[in-house]
Design a protein around this ligand. Sequence first.
Ligand code: ADP
Ligand code: ZN
Ligand code: ZN
Length: 767
Amino acid sequence: MRYASVVLDIPTRALEGTYDYAIPPELEESAQVGATVLVTFSHRAAVGYVVRVGSEPPAGVPEEKILPVRQVLAPPCFDEGAAQVAAWMAHEYACTLPDAIHPFRAPGQTVKVTREAEGAPWRLVCEKAGPVDARWVQLTPEAADFEPRKNAARQRELVQALSGGPVRMAELSALVPGASSVVKALEKRGVVAVSRQREVRGSETTTLSSAVAARPQRLTQGQQRALAAIDAARQEGAGGVVLVDGVTGSGKTEVYLDAIERALAAGRGAIVLVPEISLTAQTVGRFRSRFGDAVAVLHSRLSVGERFDQWDLVRQGRAKVVVGARSALFAPLFNPGLIIIDEEHEGSYKQDQAPRYHAREVAAKLAQVRGCALVLGSATPSLESLARCRAGMWAGASWTRVCMPERPGGAVLPQVQVVDMASQFRGGNHSVFSAPLADALRQVVDRREKAVLMLNRRGFANFLMCRDCGCVPECPHCSTSLTYHERTHTLECHTCGRSWPMRAYPDPSTRCPNCGSRYMAAYGVGTQRVEDELRMLVPEGAEVIRMDADTTKAKGAHQKLLEQFDAAECAILVGTQMIAKGLDFPEVTLVGVVNADTTLKLPDFRSAERTYDLLEQVSGRAGRGERPGRVIVQTYWAGHPAIQAVVNHDRQLFLEPELEERRDAGYPPYTRLANVIAWGRDPREVGGYVEAFAKELRRRVGTQPGWEVLGPADCIKAKVKDRVRRHVMLKAPAQADVGGVLGACSAAVEKPQGVSLAMDVDAYDLM
Ligand code: ADP
Ligand code: ZN
Ligand code: ZN
């Protein structure tokens, strides 16, 4: 008899451990580690995941008391190694075991079960996923002798449509009206045959010319050094980390491609994580053009069905290279030689729902479990990764930094110029474009080149501000400043989505809600306004393409806009942060940053780092081809180290004062920071719970050096969707077991029904 340890998918913290069940002989084949099963738990059916299988019966339980596994609901989606990582995640991020297992499940799989009738087997309810078959129609050899009757025009059309080879039924229906009944008739006469084929959704390829970059003739010295370090770490097989610290355009992607090629030759696969936003056809195309059908792509813009098929390619072993966003880390690729995280500094690698993991940390753990190498790439590595490389070892693995300071082929880094907007304003220029930027844009048009204009949106821009008292109207339901939308004349809350016609807020006049002044004016600028002013500046001769949240809502819109930019002879791309990353268009000679400093005003210890990253990244879009690039940065804060570092191409100018500040204030990378947030409708309940949590936390932390409990306090967003939010922060030494302490705390403090809790270890979003 064999036994299975099962994690039950029941959302109560009390059911933390695993439970043992006997595997009946008929399920021996299918009830493997990673399988989803149906079991009985306290007289009720429950869904669970097998995390271990053995022949030892559980100790201390009489044989007849051990219940059998009732049914296997889904084939394995993880193996022992992955189960080990999930258990680590549950502890590290203080979440439940089922929460930690969920990312490993097949796309679309839910925890609900259903059955056709009493007594029939149960099956899992899946969101529109699961494999699908497409019907294909083709002519049989008999068709050669077939002559449709004179009046059977549609039969003739259909035979004609099939003369070039098999066609999908769905396409036939579009070609020939009433195709399905015609097919039926012809099938009876043996003229056509219908077959079902497994369809693989989500494998579309791109038409972008730049996506099929030719393999370079020779690698730069920096590239060779990086490749050698990666190979060594892979062959050592101990989870070693290589940080490829390469300036924008230094050929990091090329290094990944070569390193993967070598891993494949050694019989191993690779997982490549790319920030969601740069998962464009351009990036994907480069991997597909090198590795063809061995590539599976996973990201959230695919439909559930598409994601399922791509995921299943990996499980079947047909795809050995997975390229995807954060969650691709959990793909069923059980024998990777490499895990690669491109743009490792990106905040989007932190998941903002349970399990609140950081992909870099999970990847480091996974690399140790799998015995492979972890490659981190960035032009602006995170302060955390730089600190670990300085230390050389971290959590039992070696950390090595390889620098790639040059662009291949002698392309030089662009020249960066700062423009002080305050003096522009004093000089009478009230346009969003300073004189130097306006001149440069006109030159781009004259020379038939391309430009990228970035608007730093994630700041206090685009808000309505009272010129008399400085009041910024807030959403009454969320403590978020409302955004002003010029097109529709509305004020919108970007936390809860409510909107007001400009005139109706806060009362029928447009007066300041605070002082009653009539001088309410839009502060900052939106992409729309930049687009409008740009069209006036360069009335003709350049295509203006706007890329922001509004113009990229539709599926594939992002892609289309890039294709349009690619195909244009002379064009200016205007956009938000989303255009800063990953774009590789050699014809871009000018990058303009309309407002560099808005992110500097955010109440977050990482705001300077984010601003520096963003400016360095967007500057890197210029001068990637033969013609030199130029960058113009407009700011009210020209002296800030983050801006000075970008201007002088010297990271040290930013790093030194920043690290000093972090050390003094006790922030990462010198400490670990966890944010515990509670929210609910009843302020007293929420307040009481956070108070009790903080007290328990202080009791456990005591006077240990390096540990500190801050708060409780209201969150910056003190109210969201009518729920009040309070939080308490925990600071701990750099390698402390923060998850362990938080897990114990939440188990010890009883949480009222109406209160929700989020424990965010290594928090990125502090709002
Ligand atoms: P990164 O990922 O660092 O931004 P990429 O890998 O996209 O850089 O490379 C930038 C450009 O340089 C691409 O167009 C790429 O094809 C080209 N390139 C990369 N390596 C070389 C090389 N060794 N020789 C010539 N061109 C190269
Ligand atoms: Zn709101
Ligand atoms: Zn006012």
